[in-house]
Design a protein around this ligand. Structure first.
Ligand SMILES: [Zn+2]
Length: 338
């Protein structure tokens, strides 16, 4: 609050009125004039320059004026008004630009989302296809050792059964002219139950439980064709790279290196537990459907065993079953039904 003693002139007569100019901190002042108090903004006052000790004249828009010899108070008033002015300018600027700030935030999030959602998968796809087959082989071998230790038991299928299915599988693999070294092995799934999955090396593991569930070898071939589709499209390698890339991005932001090192150690678990994306499953389903069509095998073989898996998955023990890693059964069966 600044109080300045002075003289008020109404602009019509030369008669002086002893008066007071009172200003609050917000840039607004009150002049005690004879006809009643007048309120005026500091910025609307025309203030004369300081000339030695000559009185200062503060002019109002309508010709009225306020004269004072209290130069120091007038200077203080002008300084405070200037600060208020800049503070309000800054605030105004921020208020009028908040949309740009919001836009920048949204854009940043959008770019990060796009990178994780599209950029990383595209990069993973590119890298997966560029990596030599030996990388896949090494990854597959290591994974199999862990899986055998943690999940699997040796197969108890009869040798004749194994040999029969393997012979058919070799025929399938030979027809693909693929760079992968395809092999089929049987294991007792235990907690994993009826399942089959493909390691990046080209090794497909089928559990005894899945063989027992089948009612025709062609049902197993349809699933093997689906797994071959996963390998041909390098799905597990792409997924591992994607997960690692996401972990790398997160680590670079959080500085938590454990999430990155943990990725390398959990590769086998990723292979068993993580669901492939719907896009990957659709690709593998199409691969299987094409194979069945080309070899005159009814697509119903696939839907038959899928339905049986689905019925069996009603019991709670199916936490790791084929359908736990192959969701969206109904949507996917359409690939085989049209
Ligand atoms: Zn699949």
């Amino acid at each position: 609050m600044i109080e300045i003693e002075g003289t008020y002139f109404d602009g019509q007569s030369t008669k002086p009125y002893p008066s007071t100019l009172s200003c609050d901190g917000s840039g607004s002042c009150t002049i005690h004039a004879p006809g009643g108090d007048r309120t005026v903004a500091v910025k609307d006052l025309g203030v004369s320059n300081r000339l030695a000790n000559a009185p200062r004249i503060l002019r109002l828009a309508d010709g009225a004026s306020f004269e004072t010899r209290d130069n120091d108070s007038v200077d203080r008033l002008l300084r405070e008004a200037e600060h208020t002015h800049w503070a309000s300018r800054a605030l105004h600027l921020l208020e009028s630009r908040w949309r740009y700030v919001l836009l920048a935030v949204v854009l940043t999030i959008g770019v990060m989302w796009f990178w994780i959602e599209r950029g990383i998968p595209a990069l993973a796809d590119h890298v997966a296809k560029a990596l030599p087959a030996s990388t896949s082989a090494a990854l597959g071998k290591q994974s199999m050792q862990v899986l055998d230790k943690v999940f699997f038991h040796p197969s108890e299928l009869r040798q004749a059964t194994q040999a029969r299915i393997k012979a058919q599988f070799r025929g399938m693999a030979a027809s693909l002219a693929s760079p992968f070294d395809y092999r089929l092995e049987f294991r007792q799934g235990g907690a994993i139950g009826a399942n089959a999955f493909a390691l990046p090396s080209g090794l497909i593991v089928m559990t005894d439980e899945l063989v027992h569930l089948s009612e025709h070898d062609e049902e197993l071939l349809s699933i093997l064709a689906h797994e071959l589709g996963h390998i041909e499209h390098r799905h597990s390698l792409r997924m591992i790279l994607q997960n690692s890339a996401v972990a790398l991005v997160i680590a670079s932001v959080t500085g938590d290196i454990f999430s990155v090192t943990a990725t390398a150690a959990t590769v086998p678990t990723i292979l068993i537990q993580t669901k492939f994306s719907r896009e990957f499953e659709t690709e593998a389903d199409r691969f299987s459907r094409d194979y069945l069509d080309r070899h005159g095998i009814s697509p119903e073989r696939f839907t038959d065993i899928m339905r049986r898996l689905h019925e069996q998955s009603g019991d709670e023990s199916d936490e790791f079953g084929f359908l736990s890693t192959h969701p969206l059964l109904k949507d996917r069966l359409q690939t085989f039904e049209d």
